[in-house]
Design a binder for this molecule. Structure first.
Ligand code: HEC
Ligand code: HEC
Length: 238
C-alpha cells in the first residue's frame, strides 16, 4: 500500500507537466488567457476562411511551434494571437503543435496548369517573376503549395484572406505624404518579421497589391478534394 502511494506521489509532478494537445484545442490552456483553439481554428482544425483564421490541421509540428514562439517574442505581431501564445507554457506549445500536426494534411486535387497566363496569380505561383528576383512560390512551398519539410508551410488549404494578410504583414505600408487636403499617414512597419533570411519579406515587398490578391486567390482556389488522400503529393525534406 505504502509503496503505491509513494509511486503515485512520484507520478503527480509528471502528470501536471504532461500537457494534452487535444485538451488545449478543445478546452484551452491552463492559463485562462489561452482560450480553446477550436473556437477560431475550427473543430476540424481547418480554420475559418471568412475571418482570416488559418488552418492548423496537418501543418508541420516545428512550424506551428515556431510561430507560437514568434508571437511570444513579438517577431510576429497580431493583437489576437500574441496574448494567446504568451499564455501557453512551453510544454503546452509543444503538445498543441504535435496534436495539430497529427491531424489530416490538406488533400489538394492535383490538376496541373500546363500553361499559366502571364500576369496571373497562377503565373506567379508556378513561374515567379525572376526579372524582379521573385522565385515561383512552389519552388519553396512545394508542388500545389502543399508545403515542404518543417520550414516551408502549406499555402494550399489556407484562405485568400489569410494569405493576403500574411503577405501584407511582411510588406508593411509606406508613408503617405500630406497634401493640401489630407494629413500625412505615417508608415506602418511590417508586423511579421520572422522569416528565415528575410525570404518572404523580400518576396512580399516585391509584389504589387494586385499580385498579392491574385496569388492569394490562386492558392486558396486549389481547395481540398474528397478523393482518397494521396501521400505522394507531400514531400519531406527532413
Ligand atoms: C480568438 C481567435 C483565436 C483563437 C482562440 C486562437 N487563434 Fe490562433 N490565430 C488566430 C488568428 C486571427 C491568426 C492569424 C494571425 C495573423 O494574421 O497573423 C492565428 C494564427 C495562428 C497560428 C499561425 C498559423 C500559421 O499558419 O502561421 C498558430 C500556430 C495559431 N494561431 C495557434 C493557435 C493555438 C495553438 C490556439 C489555442 C491555444 C489558438 N491559435 C487560438 C486566431 C485565434
Ligand atoms: C525562397 C523560398 C520561398 C519562396 C520562393 C516563397 N516562400 Fe513563402 N515562405 C517561405 C518560408 C520559409 C515561410 C515560413 C516563414 C516563417 O517561418 O514564418 C513562408 C511563409 C509564407 C506564408 C505564410 C504561411 C502561413 O501559414 O502563415 C505565405 C502566405 C507565403 N509564404 C506566401 C508565398 C507566396 C505567395 C510566394 C510566391 C509569390 C512565396 N511564399 C514564395 C519561403 C518561401
Amino acid at each position: 500500500m505504502k509503496k503505491h502511494v509513494l509511486g503515485l506521489a512520484a507520478l503527480l509532478p509528471l502528470l501536471a507537466l504532461a500537457a494534452d494537445g487535444m485538451d488545449i484545442m478543445q478546452k484551452g490552456g491552463a492559463n485562462p488567457s489561452a482560450p480553446p483553439c477550436m473556437t477560431c481554428h475550427g473543430a476540424d482544425g481547418k480554420g475559418m476562411a471568412a475571418s482570416g483564421f488559418p488552418r492548423l490541421a496537418g501543418l508541420p509540428e516545428a512550424y506551428i511551434a515556431k510561430q507560437l514562439a514568434d508571437f511570444k517574442a513579438g517577431r510576429r505581431k497580431n493583437p489576437v494571437m500574441q496574448p494567446i501564445a504568451e499564455a501557453l507554457s512551453d510544454e503546452e506549445v509543444a503538445a498543441v503543435a504535435r496534436a495539430y500536426a497529427g491531424m489530416p494534411k490538406v488533400n489538394v486535387k492535383a490538376e496541373p496548369i500546363e500553361r499559366p497566363e502571364p500576369g496571373t496569380g497562377a503565373w506567379l505561383a508556378l513561374r515567379g517573376a525572376w526579372e524582379r528576383n521573385i522565385p515561383e512560390c512552389v519552388l519553396c512551398h512545394g508542388p500545389n503549395g502543399v508545403g515542404v519539410g518543417s520550414v516551408f508551410p502549406p499555402l494550399a488549404g489556407q484562405s485568400a484572406l489569410y494569405i493576403e494578410n500574411q503577405l501584407n504583414a511582411w510588406r508593411g505600408t509606406p508613408a503617405i505624404p500630406a497634401t493640401r487636403k489630407t494629413k500625412a499617414v505615417p508608415a506602418v512597419p511590417p508586423t511579421r518579421a520572422n522569416d528565415p533570411n528575410g525570404l518572404m519579406a523580400h518576396i512580399a515587398q516585391s509584389l504589387t497589391p494586385a499580385e498579392v490578391k491574385a496569388v492569394a486567390e490562386y492558392f486558396a482556389g486549389l481547395g481540398e478534394t474528397e478523393e482518397p488522400f494521396d501521400a505522394s503529393q507531400h514531400h519531406r525534406l527532413r
